[in-house]
Ligand binder design. Structure first.
Ligand code: AP5
Length: 183
């Protein structure tokens, strides 16, 4: 199975759910920038204080800050990994390409999870995280369309992109994803 993966898709598509499962079953590092940032908020760190309001509004936190977090994790991890929620814009994607070339590593597959807005919104409203109210969800979707969706063309041009229908049960979607990752 491919070992260096990136999960892309709108908020609520199920990236975190599927990434956690796949990482656990295949011994990959699950690197979720959202989870790491929320852990900083939870810990009451200076970094957490800097990002809390930005995340509550559904905006992206600064590229430099997120890149520092990712660099630190990948520099110390040479086995397989799964990036979830990063990169989030073209600047982050280019910085990731640069970092991976320094580390002599490369992305093996980008999985794009596709789902209708109505289902995404319903899933997120049922979850109820701090940034899961309807106004902020709609803003996160807008940020996704403007800043993150251009990565689809970027990775398609690199021949790395595979799209998966993200509707159905968690198990059904996991089976579809596994089929895309065979060597
Ligand atoms: P982040 O934590 O990355 O959130 P997100 O992209 O909005 O993604 P979600 O966690 O909402 O959705 P998901 O696709 O992971 O779905 P999940 O599996 O959780 O980012 C949050 C914020 O952090 C950003 O807005 C930004 O401020 C900041 N940030 C993070 N990374 C950044 C970066 N690189 N640069 C700058 N800023 C950054 O599932 C959602 C719900 O659906 C769950 O309740 C789940 O149980 C349920 N569910 C999942 N699959 C199914 C299914 N098949 N059927 C029914 N329910 C399902």
């Amino acid at each position: 199975m491919k070992q260096r993966l990136l999960f892309l898709g709108p908020p609520g598509a199920g990236k975190g759910t599927q990434a956690q499962r796949l990482a656990a079953s295949h011994g990959l590092l699950h690197l979720s920038t959202g989870d790491l940032l929320r852990a900083e908020i939870q810990a009451g760190s200076e970094l957490g204080r800097q990002v809390e309001a930005v995340m509550a509004r559904g905006e992206l936190v600064s590229d430099d800050l997120v890149l520092a977090i990712v660099r630190n994790r990948l520099e110390h991890h040479h086995q397989g990994w799964l990036l979830d929620g990063f990169p989030r814009n073209l600047a982050q994607a280019k910085a990731l390409d640069q970092l991976l070339s320094e580390l002599d590593q490369r992305i093996e597959r980008v999985v794009l999870m596709e789902l209708d807005d109505a289902v995404l919104i319903q899933r997120l409203l049922s979850r109820g995280r701090a940034d899961d109210n309807e106004q902020v969800i709609r803003h996160r979707l807008e940020v996704y369309r403007q800043q993150t969706a251009p990565l689809i063309a970027h990775y398609r041009e690199l021949g790395l992109l595979s799209a998966v229908e993200a509707a159905g049960s968690v198990e059904e979607i996991a089976t579809r994803i596994s089929a895309l990752l065979l060597d």
